[in-house]
Design a protein around this ligand. Structure first.
Ligand code: ADP
Length: 477
């Protein structure tokens, strides 16, 4: 069922029911007020000297008709009420308008007045002529208890009913107006939600179908729907960006794999052609084949690590490790390469041990990656400062280079998978993402700071653990 239908059923129908109930209630209140006022008026005007006139006859146990005639003759409010006197047999004897009423008249109020304890009764009903009246009858008794007769006061209710019909019409018009106003404003409101939601659905379908450039056109309000539109647009942008990164990644990795493979294949063919004739060339070719195979192997390992990390399957074999000993080893292993590339390395770490529960090979992998980047993105004559600080709970390792640096707009993204800020230098864009994950699994932190054109500083913070010395395996959930 559509939102519009649901709104109509849930809100509009309830409002309609309440409106009808209120209208009917108001109408009956007004009616009760008018009828109450009429009743009060009849009772008020009926109060007269009839009792005192009748007192003279009451004791004699006769003469009601005489007293009643006298009362009707002198009655002051004949213009407002009609008055009848009725004898003990229920026949009308005198009427205030002077007409004689011969036929028997049905008077429920009279019948009730002569039978109840108050000796009076009120009735609203129609006369045989069709006129609607309110009648009030007071019965009188002689002192010996026999019924003397009754006086009946009557007022026409036609004018009141006419007035009430006008009110009813007014109430219906106001109710319809209220309902129309609610209906229209409700429809405008519901549409203002339903239409953008339809747009959102259509755009989401396009995105799901692969059109990552689809976006929701401007929505004018800054409300929940606006937020949803922005989120969907954001999501589409991110999907499109991640799609672009993935495509870049595939082409970079293919390229990175092809370069060593070409070298290996080329040298393999050359060695096959020259046979044993040139031992110098053979040895050079073998060196290149071995180093390119090593590079291939590293790349494949990096890709496998990345896939393990993405699938949450990266496994750490933690044991009590001296972080700085691992760092020492890696920096030492880089000496030849940095010397060859004319890069100066300043190594300045405390002599104290820095123990912690860690996977030493994963830690080395992180240090290798960071140093590899520092060398890769430095030019000849560049400097790399490696330093460390031990506090009571943490070890902070800083690897700062004076290389090309990272542009401010790229800096927040370099730890993301596939992100490459520099496409001119080889690399898959996943090294830092893997490092960040490994350090996170060690409960540490990896921060990168950079000034574009001046250099980059990578800070690794690792928790020190002086108590534990047992081995443990931790799986990344
Ligand atoms: P890559 O294998 O491409 O180097 P990384 O994940 O290691 O991938 O690094 C992501 C990006 O961060 C790199 O493409 C590079 O642009 C930038 N970067 C990382 N380290 C440095 C550095 N020391 N100096 C300059 N840029 C760096």
């Amino acid at each position: 069922m559509s939102i519009t239908k649901r709104w109509f059923i849930n809100v509009a129908s309830i409002f309609f029911a309440i409106l009808i109930a209120v209208s009917v209630g108001v109408f009956f209140l007004i009616r009760a007020y008018y009828y109450g006022a009429a009743e009060m008026q009849v009772k008020e005007l009926s109060y007269g000297e009839v009792s005192s006139i009748f007192a003279l006859y009451g004791a004699k146990n006769s003469g009601f008709e005489e007293a009643a005639r006298q009362y009707v003759d002198n009655y002051q409010n004949k213009d407002k009420l009609a008055v009848w006197t009725i004898n003990s047999k229920g026949r009308v004897i005198v009427s205030s308008n002077g007409f004689t009423i011969r036929e028997a008249v049905d008077m429920p109020d009279y019948n009730e007045a002569i039978s109840n304890e108050e000796h009076s009764a009120m009735w609203v009903g129609k006369l045989p002529s069709g006129e609607k009246i309110m009648a009030y009858t007071c019965a009188y008794y002689y002192e010996n208890g026999t019924l003397a007769g009754a006086i009946r006061y009557m007022v026409s209710m036609d004018a009141v009913d006419e007035q009430l019909s006008v009110f009813a019409a007014l109430i219906i018009i106001v109710s319809l107006f209220c309902f129309a106003a609610l209906f229209l404003s409700g429809m405008v409101f519901v549409r203002s939600i339903v239409n953008p939601v339809k747009d959102i659905g259509a755009t989401a379908k396009k995105i799901a179908g692969g059109d990552l450039n689809a976006s929701i056109d401007s929505y004018p309000y800054n409300d929940e729907i606006g937020e949803l539109c922005n989120t969907i647009n954001d999501m589409a942008d991110k999907l499109s960006e991640s799609d672009r990164l993935k495509n870049d990644f595939i082409s970079t990795v293919s390229h990175e794999l092809r370069t060593p493979l070409t070298a290996i294949k080329g040298w393999g063919e050359t060695l096959q052609q020259i046979g044993d004739s040139d031992p110098g060339m053979t040895s050079r070719g073998m060196d290149i084949i071995i180093s390119e195979s090593t590079r291939l192997n590293e790349m494949v390992e990096e890709l496998l690590d990345f896939s393990r990390m993405s699938g949450g399957r990266m496994k750490l074999n933690k044991e009590k490790t001296d972080y700085l000993a691992e760092l020492d080893e890696v920096v030492f292993a880089f000496r030849d390469r940095t010397l060859r590339e004319g890069i100066e390395v300043n190594y300045n770490v405390p002599a104290d041990p820095a123990p912690g529960m860690a996977d030493p090979s994963r830690l080395r992998q992180v240090f290798i990656n960071i140093l590899d980047n520092a060398v890769k993105y430095s030019e000849q004559g560049g400097k790399i400062n490696v330093s460390a600080q031990i506090s009571t709970e943490y070890l902070e390792i800083t690897i700062a280079d004076s290389g090309v640096g990272i542009a401010p707009e790229d800096l927040p993204h370099v730890k993301e998978k596939f992100y490459k800020a520099n496409n001119t230098i080889r690399g898959s864009g996943i090294g830092l993402a893997v490092c960040d994950e490994i350090i996170r699994l060690h409960d540490g932190q990896l921060d990168i700071d950079s000034v574009y054109g001046q250099g980059t500083t990578v800070r690794v913070i690792l928790p020190l653990d002086v108590n534990s010395n047992s081995k443990e395996n931790t799986e990344n959930e």
